[in-house]
Write a protein that binds this ligand. Structure first.
Ligand code: ADP
Length: 234
């Protein structure tokens, strides 16, 4: 029997959004049971990928179903437990970086640490360390508009990793970069994953990245398509 703390297990996950008087069904009963190593998720626009990622990252809650990560079911978490999960267990990376424009690279990485209650000098030390890991030691004081797109995404990766998360979730992390920088960012994420042993979940349109996943998932119309690889079955 495989270890359930090392798997992502989803049972009958359902999510709808209300739009005016209408309810739009977005996730329609997702079922999944896979090792939580390096997963990629591809699928057409509007198929529910970001909604699914937001539920895995504790940003959003499903209407019903089970979401087992690290042996715990997020669906049963209280608001406080979900906040702690988001703060301590997850690192999130977005397509448009979501850096604060008026803060330096260092302050952007340190800010979530301050919010998590870490003292100023300790937070800055952790932030420096994280920026060094993404090869930005020479850019501590730069503001986002003084950095290239690839560098901004590296700051966002440092921010995600500073908390030493057990899972890193990335929504189209290379969607705003040219092919060369997209390649570099993926290389960096995989290198860091190898060293730091977090699980990595990437939503992407980029076929090349999608095909690199150890587990390659496809979503269509609110459902994850059945796994073809027999090794994935439990
Ligand atoms: P994808 O990431 O695959 O493009 P999304 O998860 O972003 O898909 O969206 C799936 C569907 O849910 C889309 O039809 C989108 O319009 C709808 N949707 C997403 N977020 C909301 C929201 N906050 N309110 C209403 N509808 C939403």
């Amino acid at each position: 029997m495989s270890n359930p703390t090392k798997r992502i297990i989803i049972r009958n996950l359902i999510k709808s959004y209300r739009s005016g008087t209408q309810s739009v069904s977005v996730l329609k009963g997702i079922q999944l049971d896979v090792p939580d190593t390096f997963l990629t998720l591809m699928g057409p626009s509007g198929s529910g990928k970001s909604t699914f990622l937001n539920i895995l990252s504790g940003i959003d809650k499903a209407d019903s179903g089970e979401v087992w990560i690290g042996g715990k079911n997020l669906a049963t978490f209280s608001e406080e437990e979900l906040t702690n999960y988001r703060r301590n267990e997850t690192g999130i990376i977005f397509q448009f970086f979501h850096l604060l424009p008026y803060l330096s690279a260092l302050e952007n990485v340190a800010l979530p640490l301050y919010i998590a209650g870490i003292g100023k000098s300790k937070a800055r030390e952790i932030a420096k360390n994280a920026l060094e890991k993404v090869d930005l030691a020479h850019r501590f004081g730069h503001k986002p508009d003084e950095l290239s797109g690839g560098e901004q995404q590296r700051v966002a990766i440092a921010r995600a990793l500073a908390k030493n998360p057990s899972i890193v979730l990335a929504d189209e992390p290379t969607g705003n970069l040219d092919t060369y920088h997209a390649h570099k960012i993926l290389e960096l994420l995989l290198e860091l994953q190898e060293k730091e042993k977090f699980s990595l979940f990437i939503v992407t349109h980029d076929r090349e990245i999608g095909e690199k996943g150890k587990i390659r998932l496809k979503m269509k119309d609110g459902l994850i398509l059945p796994q073809e690889d027999p090794a994935l079955r439990v």
